[in-house]
Design a protein around this ligand. Structure first.
Ligand SMILES: [Zn+2]
Length: 226
């Protein structure tokens, strides 16, 4: 899943209005942000196998540190704990814990059974929604649309940047999603890892756009300087 994870981050803004969308995206995509780093370090493995599922040519051979259930509980607790320590926002920290864990749950819905319960586990989870292109597009598209609507309802733009930076973020995510779906398989594992590192740019982008939007549930403040 790709845009579905962003949807959770967008939707969570209503529950955690003080938390930047950047932090919410980082939590929702934490497993996929770690993954290319572990690939490059050689501790996790992926193979290019067109037809592995209808939706992706990637075969997730081994990714116990970024994508096992127990590892993600650990990352979620660490992430939420650090946020609580730095921001003194318990509600935001609790939301971030659930947002981070949602990654594993949504991946378990879409992947074929390749998600381990814990590093070293031989039990793999995955309901395989990716076996159906139409099913994936329908479910993930609906989740994403809902996330966008909820974020738009939870915030209002402070200035023009708050409009354009937000909508270009959304449009680019959708373009990348369809590019991956209809484009050729990646040329190499290294190319996958480098492209996946690009996900960090979306975290930065989300921090930037969120500064230009005001949570509707919080008292307003003066707009930031452009
Ligand atoms: Zn993932």
């Amino acid at each position: 899943m790709f845009i579905g994870h962003f949807a959770v981050a967008l939707a969570a803004k209503k529950a955690a209005p003080r938390t930047s969308l950047g932090t919410l995206v980082m939590a929702a995509q934490f497993a996929d942000l770690l993954w290319p780093i572990f690939l490059l370090l050689g501790v996790e493995r992926v193979a290019i196998a067109p037809g592995n599922t209808a939706f992706t040519p990637l075969d997730f051979v081994s990714y116990p540190f970024s994508h096992s259930l127990v590892a993600d509980v650990g990352w979620a607790s660490l992430f939420a704990g650090v946020y609580r320590l730095v921001k003194h926002d318990s509600r935001g920290a609790l939301c971030l814990w659930f947002v981070l864990m949602s990654h594993w749950v949504l991946d378990a819905l879409t992947h074929r059974p390749d998600l381990p319960l814990y590093p070293g586990s031989s039990t793999y989870v995955g309901l395989g929604l990716w076996n159906s292109r139409a099913g994936t597009l329908l479910v993930e598209g609906a989740i994403f649309a809902l996330g966008v609507v909820l974020y738009v309802h939870a915030t209002r733009p402070r200035d023009r940047v708050g409009i354009y930076a937000f909508w270009s973020f959304i449009v680019l995510l959708v373009l990348i999603y369809f590019g991956n779906l209809f484009g050729p398989p990646p040329p190499s594992v290294k190319a996958i890892a480098i492209a996946a590192l690009g996900l960090w740019l979306f975290v930065t982008w989300a921090y930037w756009l969120d500064r230009h939007r005001q949570p509707r549930s919080l008292p307003g403040s003066s707009p930031p300087r452009p």
